[in-house]
Design a binder for this molecule. Structure first.
Ligand code: F6R
Length: 637
């Protein structure tokens, strides 16, 4: 995939099946699995004896489409049909409302479309369509697609030709699935910038913006590339696919199905946990194990990173690393800076992608490496920054979770984080997987420099034991819930730490904000006295991350300063510091296991902080899996 563009969130799905069957429940399940991409409204359309039937709801499909009026109408859910589409929305053009929810129809009600993306020239198209009599019902950019096809049908006989004609007029990004009441048993699909995957089974085609949806049916799929469209049809019991490119001219192209990798059906189920987020927090030992698997050699004390094998010369000459990422991935990048700078002589800068893409850059390209960190690999700002880096001829290395995503295919090389599908909108297991890759990456760079073999072995042995220690931290869950309850009336919170723990304080604050909607700060602990301490009083909680490392004594000093101002203190430290008098005086403590190498504490200390944010939000009655205003992949600028 060489054309990257700014895509939008939203999830889309379309199914055609050889035999009529109850497709509405399938569409709703698919939308439930897609709702991490957006959940402010949802809808579906299907063809029923040559009429388009459409149902919409406000809010998430799992809350409102599944439990709403549509499910009460068994006549709909039991209806045996061959053609259906669905959409779950994260509003950009037009606020969340029933009229703005997809699918959108043309004036005659013949055509229904679902769209993921942003049509940049929609105002122009809309106003010329309005001038020739088209009536729009929504404020969305997407509705122009249905009307443009309708208009094109005035001079094109075949729906397929009208669809292509309309698609060619669109500027911007799109994943589109359309149905036409005069062509039952056919899905018209197009892609430019927003993901579209076609799952193939013996009995149906299922099209979706995420491969996770396909996994319920098949592991075989065709990912469409930009400027490709697919006409998927069923006729007399035979499924037929036609894939066309619509670049300068329209021409057929052939694509071989691929196998879905790096995602599983288990990822899509809560497996007995009360939420996806909690399940994903508990999956972190397994995640670290999976991310480490086969990526180190105990005998040589070195990391084995396939993505780096052809780049040894460049890595030896490296002077600068620049990480580009957003949000949680940026916090992983900041921790990576601490790890790499600790173990090597390389300078690391952390750049927020939305800033990097618009800045002047003075690093020398020949001895600098850009490390792009992203769970989804779809984040618009990160992709934008990557494009800038490529234009400026930097070498790029991706640390990405989603296989086949734009970041994974566009970077020169990289490593997958192997966290599996992360459904909880607030990132947890993807973060520890990013950290794990960064430890291995730092080890590789350090062993190319002056790190001794034994030091390498020592680090490997600490990393190997992290999953076991993580299990011990997870046992503290109930205790952490009580601590969250104890501080439930606190007015404001700061998350603090020194050195390698600062990015973890930042990540803890981000999790807390996302889940509780309470404003909070994160600071290097030593910085507190330079300003933030002004907010400390009896209603303020300082959450301090301070395992017993070489900054421990300094951190104790800062605690005294906080206590002298009457502030409350929650300390996260390790077993070896448990008996320290300052720790004993804290209002609450969370004791994590002591590990051999201080540099690896971030992998452990983030877990109690995720759980603290989680339980705090739960007691406030927040939706932890789907915090307000957020979506899983932020694919708008
Ligand atoms: C926070 C969170 C976001 C993402 C950020 C980047 O819990 O998930 O801050 O980390 O939007 O997303 P990716 O990693 O997909 O590029």
């Amino acid at each position: 995939m060489k054309t990257l563009s700014e895509v939008n969130m939203c999830g889309i799905v379309g199914i055609i099946s050889k035999e009529p069957q109850e497709l509405v429940p399938n569409i709703i399940t698919a939308l439930n699995n897609l709702e991490y991409r957006g959940y402010d409204s949802a809808g579906l359309s299907f063809l029923d004896t040559s009429t388009v039937k459409t149902f919409k709801c406000l809010g998430a499909p799992s809350d409102n489409l599944e439990k709403g009026e549509i499910y009460a109408k068994t006549a709909i859910t039991n209806k045996k049909i061959t053609t259906a589409i669905g959409h779950t929305r994260w509003a950009t053009h037009g606020k969340p409302s029933i009229k703005n929810a997809h699918p959108h129809l043309d004036c005659t009600g013949r055509i229904a479309i679902v769209h993921n993306g942003t049509i940049l020239n929609f105002e122009e198209l809309k106003s010329s369509l309005q001038k020739i009599g088209h009536t729009f019902k929504s404020d969305t950019d997407s509705e122009v697609i249905a009307h443009s096809i309708e208009e094109a049908l005035k001079h094109e006989k075949k729906f397929e030709d009208a669809f292509l004609h309309a698609i060619k007029m669109l500027e911007g990004s799109f994943g589109i699935v359309a149905i036409d009441k005069k062509n039952p048993g056919t899905l018209y699909v197009a892609k430019n910038g927003s993901p579209i995957n076609i799952g193939i089974t013996d009995t149906m085609f299922i099209v979706a913006s995420s491969v996770n949806v396909l996994l319920h049916y098949t592991k075989h799929y065709i990912p469409l590339s930009d400027k490709e469209c697919a006409i998927l049809s069923t006729n007399k019991g035979i499924l037929h696919q036609e894939i066309l490119q619509f670049k300068d001219k329209i021409q057929p192209t052939s694509k071989q199905p691929k196998l879905i990798k790096g995602a599983s059906v288990e990822d899509m189920s809560k497996e007995g946990f009360e939420s996806f987020m909690l399940k994903e927090i508990y999956e972190q030992p397994k995640t670290v194990q999976a991310t480490l698997l086969g990526r180190y050699n105990k005998k040589t004390g070195n990391a084995v990173l396939g993505g780096l094998t052809d780049h040894e010369k460049c890595l030896k000459q490296l002077i600068n690393i620049i990480t580009i990422s957003c949000g949680t991935a940026n916090n992983a990048g900041k921790a990576g800076k601490g790890i790499i700078e600790n173990l090597t002589d390389i300078n690391v800068r952390n750049e927020i992608a939305s800033e990097f893409r618009y800045q002047k850059h003075n690093f020398k390209q020949h001895n600098s490496l850009i490390v792009v960190i992203s769970q989804s690999g779809e984040t618009a700002d990160t992709i934008g920054a990557l494009k800038v880096a490529q234009k400026e001829r930097y070498k790029t290395f991706g640390i990405v979770n989603v296989v086949g995503s734009a970041v994974s295919t566009e970077t020169d090389t990289g490593e997958f984080t192997r966290a599996g599908t992360e459904i909880g909108v607030a990132s947890t297991k993807a973060f520890v997987a990013q950290l794990t890759v960064l430890y291995l990456f730092a080890l590789k760079l350090a062993r190319m420099r002056d790190m001794e073999k034994d030091e390498g072995k020592h680090l490997i042995s600490t990393l190997e034991n992290i999953p076991k220690h993580m299990q011990k931290v997870l046992i503290l869950d109930k205790e952490i819930k009580k601590i969250a309850h104890k501080f439930k009336n606190i007015k404001n919170i700061s998350f603090l730490g020194r050195g390698i723990h600062v990015p973890i304080a930042d990540e803890a604050a981000l999790k807390f904000k996302e889940l509780t909607y309470i404003e909070c700060g994160s600071y290097p602990l030593g910085e507190l006295k330079h300003g933030p301490i002004a907010i400390v009083d009896k209603d303020h909680l300082s959450v301090i991350i301070m395992p017993k490392d070489d900054q421990f004594a300094l951190s104790k000093n800062s605690i005294e300063q906080i206590r002298s101002k009457g502030g409350k203190v929650l300390i996260i430290t390790d077993k070896s510091a448990e008996k320290d008098p300052v720790i004993q005086k804290a209002d609450a403590t969370i004791i994590i296991p002591t590990i051999k190498q201080n540099i690896c504490y971030p992998l452990l200390e983030i877990i109690p902080l995720q759980l603290f944010a989680y339980h705090f939000a739960q007691q406030l009655g927040m939706n932890v899996d789907k915090p307000r205003n957020l979506a899983k992949s932020v694919t708008v600028e």
